[in-house]
Design a protein around this ligand. Structure first.
Ligand SMILES: [Zn+2]
Ligand SMILES: [Zn+2]
Length: 61
């Protein structure tokens, strides 16, 4: 299962599983503002492309 990292790897701001975040195929995780301002959909760690992370909505119990 996809690891849902809770912080941006660049600015360390917290990310909610239900909020907007960007990931690469190695699960490097970044917030929306880092992506828009600097990364431009390219992962700075592995040069892969960043895509919108699927939101994880808790399953009803
Ligand atoms: Zn960030
Ligand atoms: Zn990466």
């Amino acid at each position: 299962m996809l690891a849902m990292k809770e912080t941006c790897e660049k600015c360390t701001s917290s990310l909610l599983p239900t909020g907007t975040a960007y990931i690469c195929s190695y699960e490097c995780t970044f917030c929306e503002s880092c992506n828009e301002d600097e990364l431009k959909e390219v992962c700075p760690n592995c040069n892969g492309n960043l895509v919108l992370r699927p939101k994880r909505i808790e399953k009803p119990k």
